[in-house]
Design a protein. Structure first.
Lengths: 288, 288
């Protein structure tokens, strides 16, 4: 097929989903905001063999954007997205408008609040309300698409943990799996927001990943110096014009302070008017 | 059967529910806090013909009780409840413990917040956090029991509207139906909390219903005097020792200020240490 079937309304979606459920088919969901790149497509390909029917949702969710953020300019490329999804074997694209998802307006919706121990730090501190918007729309997408399994990218690592916690706390009958970050040749994590970078910014952007990698290596060698090493990383980014929102070393499963368990290094910077995030795993003993 | 099957864990529940879903059976849910009376049983009987498999949950949800409320003394009568449910034709009782529903503790859970236009007034004003607790546990019960249809009593009228809004806003694939209030011979709405009343309080308690009925009749005749009539009703209750938390006239569908649509009269009083609530519909033109 040239294009996968696309539905724009909740009722058309429900008709398809209910029929698949009745037939005993296993449903997979890849939630996206569109403007698909290799990162998204890797999630589609990873989930495809795990389900009978694969849905990709394309919805730029206003509830997860702050008033001064990039909701208006966020790239929308539906026709190109659909072609790529067809090639990747998606069965159905759910591409609703804002009115379909928030008939009363997004500010009038019931919301889902994941505990602030997880959502009140890092990106959640810099973007108040962001994870409430994420948890709310993902709850809605789960109820609408009724997936058995859903996949989220590790690029948005804090989001991944928020969604795992949401599913655990509210008992959604959904298995959550994740896919690794896909990078450009120079290490920059793929992101729709990379389109915002001008050529000079684009050349400097890979420093975020390099700095996080070096921090992770340093930590493996000096696990007790997490805070000092993170501050050094922030200085280095700042000197190169990547203004850090944060660089942090966290427990990889809880985002709590670093302890005996696996660690994750996470960073967010402003490069011109663009906010970039990235993260890397710390391999125990890798630097020793 | 003498007793319906009872499961206490989420995994045992899921095994039953998944098997029913695969067989294409329609699942109904009657969520309760146990200590069942004729009000609950009327909901069971109303839903029984609408589904193939009927689940009743029995769970006293700590998250919907305030710190100074009656969580500890709330009556628990599981064995008597199960006998009544067997007679009413329930297929499965889900009776989990608190640790099963809130493994991290109820205060550490992701929560669901229905907009304050609905939850910030009446019982929600008098019981901060109450409807957050209700919306959260009902979301969990929906995800665990996966009902096609669920029934809630009109006795908790504000709760019924909160749940309808929750389902609408978060797109739960659940049909919500309601059952009318069941009353004692003297008009008192049936409630587990009636057990708290001493004989003297029990004799005075029906005044709540009588007063709300008279208010509703007065309104039908004098629709523009909602506020004055509600204040009169509060005075009358107060003089009889039923200390009003509120008496209110509201749009029956939104709980907004009375307008052109159907109206509902709602009241809450303290009688000794017991809080009683009740409500009645206003029949247009009934008093003219």
């Amino acid at each position: 097929m040239d294009q996968p079937d696309t539905v724009n309304t909740r009722s058309d979606l429900a008709a398809r989903v209910v029929a698949w459920q009745r037939a005993g088919e296993r449903i997979g969901l890849v939630p996206t905001m569109g403007n698909l790149h290799e990162g998204h497509l890797s999630l589609v390909r990873a989930l495809r063999p795990q389900c009978d029917r694969l849905i990709t949702s394309i919805f730029v969710n206003p509830l997860q954007f702050g008033p001064d953020e990039d909701l208006e300019r966020y790239p929308r490329t539906l026709e190109a997205d659909r072609k790529q999804l067809a090639a990747a074997g998606v069965d159905l694209v759910f591409a609703p408008g804002v009115k379909e998802i928030y008939p009363r307006g997004d500010q009038a919706s019931t919301v889902v609040e994941v505990p602030t121990e997880l959502t009140g730090q890092l990106c959640g501190r810099d973007r108040p309300g962001h994870f409430t918007g994420v948890a709310t729309v993902v709850s809605k997408l789960f109820n609408l698409c009724r997936p058995d399994v859903a996949i989220f990218g590790e690029k948005d690592y804090q989001q991944l943990l928020v969604i795992r916690r949401l599913v655990e706390d509210l008992d959604f009958p959904v298995e959550v799996v994740s896919g690794p970050i896909v990078r450009e040749d120079d290490g920059l994590a793929m992101s729709s927001r990379n389109h915002y970078l001008d050529p000079g910014e684009r050349r400097r952007a890979p420093l975020l990943y390099r700095t996080l990698c070096e921090l992770a290596e340093g930590l493996a060698a000096q696990p007790d110096r997490a805070d000092a090493l993170a501050r050094q990383a922030e200085s280095r980014l700042s000197e190169a014009g990547l203004e850090p929102d944060y660089v942090a070393v966290r427990d990889a499963r809880t985002l709590g302070p670093p302890g005996a368990g696996p660690l994750r290094v996470l960073g967010a910077v402003r490069l011109g008017s663009t906010r970039l995030i990235d993260n890397v795993a710390v391999r125990p003993g890798a630097g020793t």
